[in-house]
Design a protein. Structure first.
Length: 366
């Protein structure tokens, strides 16, 4: 085991195209209320340095940190720890990765009295979270999400999963973290595409009750998105009712990710899915043209893609969408989507396949 102290203050102030004044705003805190499984999500510059305090509150004796980021960006957990290097990305979000992590946990002598820390993007929080849920039938986990997408969405809510060749997130479970530390300093060096990846989830939040976040600071956008997710998760931890709202735009998105071999990033696919469900809700008469147009306007505001990939096969996309968990029990020739409507977004379990095909066929192509 190794333990050391690292000064990460030099990382502050680095810039990219999105490292500008709109990242400002004081630190935020969102409480995810789940009884004895409740936890806080801290959002703001420098909050990763709360890690040692958080580990101490848990009473953990040791830690295993699984990081997709350089070692000098990983804060000291304040206890003896082992650092395991990993890589972000959908190709690594597999059962093989989970198995390897569990073996590394065993080699480190990890027990239920210790803690796992993830440090990386959304695929890392998903994969490490699942490994923590399975090892010893569950060890505590703390997430330090370092991408905008992971801070906005993936690190909060307790969903953990990996992919199969047959589809996205088909193997997983629910395992709530003990805390989430969303340090916006980590965002300063994100490439442009990673910003778009996160903005896809922020754009989707516009239509599930988070309000219009255009023009807000980055901290405000993350906090509002996490707050809305926390409200929904607190009401429906296991995805049997209102939590379906969080899948707004995701049914087509997951199919697009699989169909393109994950050439599309998750947030990019969610953006296309959001534009699509606006179009579909309009075609079904659930919303008027102005609201349909608003879906496209919000997606385009964030500089996100809205066209179908030129190579996408509509029949293949529909077959993949049938694998979506919301489609369980849906009648033949029908599909399930979360769609906008007069009372807001809701799960619509009986959408005619022909209407879906028509809307897909009518979308612009890259």
């Amino acid at each position: 085991m190794q333990s050391d102290t690292r000064d990460n203050s030099s990382e502050r102030g680095k810039s990219s195209e999105h490292s500008r004044s709109d990242q400002g705003g004081g630190p935020g805190r969102v409480r995810v209320e789940l009884g004895e499984r409740s936890y806080d999500v801290h959002i703001g510059a420098g909050v990763r340095h709360r890690l040692a305090e958080t580990v101490a509150e848990l009473g953990a004796g040791r830690a295993v940190i699984v990081s997709a980021r350089p070692a000098d960006l990983v804060p000291d957990p304040g206890v003896p720890y082992r650092l395991i290097e990993t890589r972000d990305g959908e190709p690594h979000k597999t059962l093989a990765t989970v198995g390897e992590l569990c073996r590394r946990f065993a080699d480190a002598g990890l027990t239920r009295g210790d803690v796992v820390v993830s440090c990386g993007g959304g695929t890392t929080t998903d994969t490490v979270g699942l490994a923590a849920a399975l090892y010893h039938r569950g060890v505590p986990v703390i997430h330090l999400p370092t991408s905008l997408l992971a801070q906005v969405d993936a690190s909060t809510g307790g969903k953990t999963a990996v992919n199969l060749p047959e589809g996205k997130n088909l193997v997983g479970t629910y395992w709530q973290p003990k805390a989430v530390l969303c340090d916006t300093d980590h965002l300063a060096t994100l490439p442009e595409r990673e910003w778009r990846n996160g903005y896809g989830e922020i754009a989707r939040c516009h239509f599930i009750g988070a309000g219009d976040l255009r023009g807000r600071t980055t901290v405000e956008q993350i906090t509002a998105s996490v707050r809305r997710k926390a409200e929904i998760v607190s009401a429906d931890e296991r995805d049997t009712g209102p939590r379906h709202l969080l899948n707004y735009g995701h049914t087509l998105a997951h199919a697009l990710e699989t169909e393109t071999g994950f050439d599309l990033r998750h947030g990019e696919a969610v953006a296309i899915g959001t534009a699509f469900v606006g179009r579909l809700a309009g075609a079904l008469g659930r919303i008027d043209q102005a609201r349909t147009d608003e879906h496209l306007a919000v997606v385009r505001h964030y500089g996100l893609p809205w066209r179908l990939p030129g190579s996408a096969d509509i029949d293949r996309l529909i077959a993949l969408m049938r694998l979506d968990k919301k489609a369980a029990g849906t009648a033949p020739g029908r599909l399930a989507f979360v769609l906008d409507g007069p009372d807001g977004a809701e799960l619509v379990p009986d959408v005619p396949e022909e209407a879906v095909k028509d809307c897909l066929a009518g979308m612009d192509r890259d």
